[in-house]
Each structure stands twice: as C-alpha cells, then as structure tokens.
Design a protein around this ligand. Structure first.
Ligand SMILES: NC(=O)c1ccc[n+]([C@@H]2O[C@H](COP(=O)([O-])OP(=O)(O)OC[C@H]3O[C@@H](n4cnc5c(N)ncnc54)[C@H](O)[C@@H]3O)[C@@H](O)[C@H]2O)c1
Length: 300
C-alpha cells in the first residue's frame, strides 16, 4: 500500500512485472478513507503531540492537493489556520481554489509561513534553498511519501547544528540562530508521531485481504502479469462491512428505479471508472468516453 502505484504500472509497461498485481492503493475504499479521512484526523494529532502548536491564525502551506492534502487542508482550516496550497495539476489546483484555499508557488509564501506540510508523493518538494529562507520557528513535516519529499540530506551539513528537543522533533539551527522545527526527520508525520484511527486501518486491511483472496481464488487466466484495480463490487463490499458501525441503513433500489438507472439491485452501483470526484476519475475520462446512463445523463 505504501508502494506508489505508478511504479507498478511502469514495471508492467516495461514487461518486468512477473505476477498479477492488485493496485489496492487506488481502490476507492483505500484512497478515500486511508488517505483522506485518516490524514484529516491525524495531521492535527501529530502536530499537537510534537509541537503543542496552536493552529488559529497560523499560516500553513500544504504541498499537494490530492486525497492526503485535501484531508490535511480541511482539518487545518477548521481550526482557523490560514492555508495555502501548492499544486502542479490544474484540476487539483482548481479544486483547492473552489474549496477556498489560495493556490501559490511555494517560493511566494516561503518567508511568511509558520508550517510547511508535504503531501505530494514526489521528491525534493521542499529544497535546502527554500529552507534557507523560511522564518525562525517554521515547522516542516511530511504527510506524503516515505522520506523523499523534504530534502533532509541537504540539512546534514557542517554549518547547521541539529538539536534533538524531544522524540521525533529536531531543531535544525542556522549560523544566525534561526531554528527550523523538523518533525520525524522528514518521514511520515502521522505514522511516526500520532495515532492512526484503527477504523480506517480496518477498512484498508479488509481491502488488502479481499484483493489477496481474489488473486488467489481467481480462475486461471483471469489475471495476467498486469496491474488491476479491485473489482468495484468488492470495494462496495468493504464499505458495506463497515456501515453497521454507524448504524447506517442503506436505501434499496426499487425494481422500477433499478431499471431506470440500468443497475443491478445488488450492485455494483457505479461504473468501474467512477472515482467519487477524485482527480483520477477526471483524468481517466481522457482515455475513456464519459460514462452516460441509458437516458443520456452524465454520471454523477
Ligand atoms: N500519511 C499517511 O497516512 C498517508 C496515507 C495515504 C497515502 N499517503 C501517501 O501520501 C502521498 C499522497 O497521496 P494522495 O492519495 O494524496 O496522492 P494524490 O496523487 O491524490 O495527490 C498528490 C498530489 O500532489 C501533487 N503534486 C505532485 N508533485 C507536486 C509538487 N512538486 N508540488 C505540488 N504538488 C505536487 C499531484 O498533482 C497530486 O494532486 C502518497 O505518496 C501516498 O502514498 C500517506
């Protein structure tokens, strides 16, 4: 799950994938819950436990407005932080604008922000040159991929002093006395410094288990040496297993309604490429014709 799905697709494209692979990371029940809701809860927990920071009025820049970035931004905004977003993708950038965030280049706000949070899955999103310009006391942490997003190696140079102030919290001190508060040495903040909701882990683990069962039980030839998404019906099954926790009661389609929508009453309730408004769904429309119901209305 921590594996970037793009690596699997690159392996497959190069003909180097030796076994069928299930891209669990991009199944809806993983992405929407682990990435979005888990990070929405744990970003604040991780920052509080390590720094005791107060969020109201603080200027925060969140790099990347994918699922993880969206979760972080909504939590920070709810506590009164002033949130800036950086993005490379115009669709996600536009989503951030419509959600009420200022989309900027990191260099435009680098001198004024109190916190920098990376959520891109990319590398060297925050460079040494940028860290040289942040203000005293700026908190820098990563919620995205592994330990690649902040160029931490560039901070291990003789002119900078590292002071461990508590577990997972380092002050990196510049020659003029400026301190940058680096959390978890640039590794994932929430996995290193906070609790992660077990309910979300249950959803992710169920998704993984079902993917393994599907690969194991599949008849010969169903899956080749390629990358697959979890069948939509299983995604829906994972969600339905977790609904009783909330005493949630699903509405059942009437025969007439099922016929009107062209659906089986037992699901799947959405086409495979329906991504529940993630940017990936929109991107997929560039290679697939837009899904239309039988009556010509676009899928919503
Ligand atoms: N901390 C956690 O608990 C946790 C949970 C789930 C996923 N993750 C990891 O977080 C990362 C992001 O996951 P996601 O689901 O949000 O992915 P995503 O692809 O939905 O979002 C990443 C966003 O970053 C943007 N981006 C890429 N490079 C950028 C750059 N240089 N500057 C600004 N924006 C840039 C992309 O356009 C994209 O919109 C992944 O590496 C994932 O494995 C962490």
């Amino acid at each position: 799950t921590g594996l970037e799905p793009s690596w699997l697709y690159q392996l497959s494209k190069a003909g180097k994938l030796c076994v069928p692979a299930m891209n669990v990371n991009d199944s809806v029940t993983k992405q929407k819950f682990d990435n979005l809701y888990c990070c929405r809860e744990s970003i604040l927990d991780g920052l509080k436990r390590t720094t005791d920071v107060m969020f109201g009025g603080k200027q925060v820049v969140v790099c990347g407005y994918g699922e993880v970035g969206k979760g972080c931004c909504s939590a920070l905004k709810a506590l009164g932080a002033i949130v800036y977003v950086t993005e490379i993708d115009p669709i996600c950038a536009l989503q951030a604008c419509m959600d009420g965030f200022r989309v900027v280049k990191l260099n435009e706000v680098i001198r004024q922000v109190d916190m920098i949070i990376t959520c891109t899955g990319n590398k060297n999103v925050v460079t040494r040159e940028q860290l040289d310009r942040v203000k005293n006391g700026c908190i820098v942490c990563n919620m995205g991929h592994s330990n690649t997003e902040i160029d931490v190696a560039s901070l291990r140079t003789p002119e900078l002093t590292w002071e461990r102030v508590r577990s997972q919290v380092d002050h990196v001190i510049w020659p003029d006395g400026k301190r940058v508060v680096l959390l978890a040495e640039g590794r994932l903040l929430n996995l290193s410094c906070s609790t992660v909701p077990t309910f979300v882990l249950s959803i992710t683990a169920t998704t993984q288990a079902l993917a393994l069962i599907e690969l194991y039980n599949a008849p010969e030839g169903r899956y080749k040496q390629d990358v697959y998404l979890l069948p939509k019906k299983m995604d829906e099954y994972v969600a339905s297993l977790h609904l009783p926790t909330f005493d949630a009661h699903l509405t059942e389609l009437s025969d007439e309604q099922a016929k009107y929508l062209g659906l089986n009453k037992n699901g799947p309730f959405k086409p495979n490429y329906y991504r529940y408004w993630s940017k990936r769904r929109v991107m997929e429309f560039s290679s697939f014709p837009p899904f239309r119901h039988r009556h010509g209305r676009s899928a919503r």
